[in-house]
Design a protein around this ligand. Structure first.
Ligand code: NAD
Ligand code: LMR
Ligand code: MG
Length: 568
């Protein structure tokens, strides 16, 4: 007996082949073609999904530039979801960087010029009087598990792009965790842009207006969040690439009221904690043993600091104030120290401010600021993390200075896309004679070690964990995604680090294994949710894995039966 799922579908003819959720193209069987009025709409030959993947892959390979591949895959997604996800799943390591980081950054910065077809929901500030109608137009009667939203103010490291990103992040949830794409919604919250180039571009498709800020902005966001809460109280609401003054602030406002998740704060914090845990395993030290310098104290920098700090408190049993002392944060005014004053010390950073007397006699610039080299010289960090968007900030001098103070420097240049990395892994490897333990935000090829061997550079990108964190919460019908659920997922990821078996191996599992890794994370998160009473299911601990697996959407077609009362 076939285990193929059966779908009862109420659409026929031209309609069914133009809806990507239902379209099978040449894979509609002869029986389906007859039942759905398709015999004359398709050429004779019935293809398997494998054959369709081979054809699409050949077409893709005919396009040499990554951006053209991205455009091709975008149109495939507009035509046929199963084929799109099946194709990418079969070439995961090659094609994830095409639909996601780093190529997606290029696609987003060219969004208005590459624009072909709209995707998801666009909520625009001047049209907010019809926000609820627009929202219901796309969600009425739908069972929504996940909403990914962005106001596109700080897209990766490329800044204010007006519109973009939410759709790529949602696709990764499906690809790597198995979130059903028909139960997701990507939302662009268009509140304008301060990007002059876009404002002056006749072809810019977003609202050509300066960004709305302050109370008006907050009211707009609140109106949207209240709609989500009213119509889909159980869905996970994922915030992506909001600006530094909004990301953490909005998370704090809404996290007690709904299951919300900020990927740049929490996802980045989690994947970085797992990486540092694995590196500490290699150096046979604890988290609390580390001296950590974070260069770039914005959304990601603060999220990482807090997550690593909470990791020390939970896993190493030290007090919060002791843990805070392990951190040295730098931003555009150099080291974050007391005398910078509140104007330069952002909300949330107070816990990590260094006392001035600790820095007496330090080398400063003419404004009294203490730079990275001096901090590294004095602190002798064991961990150096970059999330500053400043390409090349980890210079040879800085890295060599770090190497003098620690045997295995843990260096994580996390700024995306690739061209914004604080240093290349190969440079860090060369400058430390192969001693550095490395992970980067975007994919990089392996480093050549001085002994001729290759060192695999782990990809410390939140995509290795956020799909699993989110799916764990969705599957267990959790009312919130708590810090303890995030720690549970992070610990599971850290346990899977290849470096724990072989210290010369990568600090994180390979991206090619990311679906299996995200499943492990989702199971750990769901188990934790059940244990702490956040979950809305009453599964026994030992059945969680099977239940989570059963809920995963897979890119296979299934069999269609025509039914007037069926799905649309
Ligand atoms: N690897 C990942 O998973 C991951 C996740 C999130 C963000 N990121 C990357 O991290 C970078 C920052 O993202 P964000 O959302 O935190 O942006 P952000 O704008 O909130 O933070 C960037 C910070 O860097 C600071 N900065 C700018 N110039 C500096 C300088 N010369 N010296 C020191 N600090 C400087 C800014 O003042 C700001 O505080 C981006 O490139 C983003 O792609 C990576
Ligand atoms: O999008 C990514 O690749 C990771 C992260 O969310 C970022 O903003 O850089
Ligand atoms: Mg992001």
């Amino acid at each position: 007996m076939s285990s193929e799922p059966i779908f009862r579908v109420a659409l026929r003819g031209q309609t069914i082949i133009t809806i990507p959720r239902w379209n099978k193209g040449t894979a509609f069987t002869m029986e389906e073609r007859k039942a759905f009025g398709l015999t004359g709409r398709l050429p004779y030959r019935v293809n398997t999904l494998d054959e369709q993947c081979d054809r699409a892959y050949d077409q893709l390979e005919a396009r040499p530039e990554p951006l053209r591949k991205n455009t091709f895959l975008q149109s495939l997604k507009d035509q046929n979801w199963v084929l799109y996800y099946a194709l990418i799943s079969r070439h995961l390591e090659e094609l994830t960087p095409i639909i996601y980081t780093p190529t997606e950054a290029e696609a987003i910065s060219n969004y208005s010029h590459l624009f072909r077809r709209s995707e998801g929901l666009y909520l625009t500030f001047p049209q907010q009087d019809v926000m609820e109608q627009d929202f219901l137009e796309q969600t009425r009667g739908r069972d929504i598990d996940l909403i990914v939203c962005s106001d596109a103010e700080q897209i990766l490291g490329i800044g204010d792009q007006g519109v973009g990103i939410a759709t790529a992040k949602a696709a990764i949830y499906t690809l790597l965790a198995g979130v059903n794409p028909s139960k997701t919604l990507s939302v662009t919250l268009d509140v304008g842009t301060d990007n002059e180039e876009l404002l002056n571009d006749q072809l810019y498709v977003g609202w050509p207006h300066k960004r709305v800020r302050g109370e008006e902005y907050d009211q707009f966001i609140d109106k949207f969040v209240q709609l989500v809460r009213k119509h889909h109280p159980h869905c996970l609401l994922h915030f992506e690439d909001f600006g530094v003054n909004n990301a953490k602030r909005l998370l704090d406002i809404y996290r007690d009221k709904h299951a919300v998740f900020n990927d740049d704060v929490q996802g980045t914090g989690a994947v970085t904690l797992a990486t540092v845990m694995a590196a500490a395993g290699v150096t046979e030290s604890t988290l609390a043993d580390q001296r950590i310098v974070i260069y770039g104290a914005g959304t990601a920098g603060l999220g990482i600091a807090r997550q690593l700090r909470d990791g020390m408190v939970t896993l190493d049993n030290i007090s919060i104030s002791d843990a805070n002392k392990r951190f040295y944060m730098l931003d555009r005014f150099g080291l974050i120290k007391e005398s910078l004053g509140p104007g330069k010390i952002r909300q949330g950073l107070q816990e990590f401010v260094r006392p001035d007397d600790e820095w007496e006699g330090a080398e400063t610039n003419d404004k009294g600021e203490i730079g990275l080299l001096e901090v590294v010289r004095r602190v002798k960090p064991t961990v150096l993390i970059g999330c500053s968007t400043q390409a090349g900030a980890f210079t040879e001098e800085v890295v060599k200075e770090m190497e003098k103070g620690t045997e295995r420097p843990i260096i994580l240049p996390l700024s995306n896309p690739s061209k914004l990395h604080e240093c290349t892994p190969q440079n860090a490897n060369d400058w430390t004679n192969g001693k550095a333990l490395l992970a980067t935000g975007s994919p990089f090829p392996p480093c050549k070690m001085p002994n001729g061997k290759e060192y695999i550079v782990a990809e410390c990108n939140n995509a290795l964990i956020y799909p699993g964190l989110g799916f764990g919460a969705i599957a267990s019908k959790s009312r919130s995604l708590t810090d303890t659920m995030i720690i549970a997922g992070t610990r599971r990821l850290a346990e899977l680090a290849p470096a724990l078996k072989d210290p010369d191996d990568a600090l994180l599992p390979d991206f090619g294994n990311s679906p299996a890794v995200n499943l492990e994370v989702a199971v750990a998160v769901a188990q934790q949710a059940i244990e702490e009473g956040t979950a809305g299911v009453d599964w026994k601990k030992e059945e969680v894995r099977e239940k989570v697996k059963e809920m995963q959407w897979k890119p296979i077609y299934g069999q269609y039966v025509y039914d007037e009362d069926g799905e649309r």
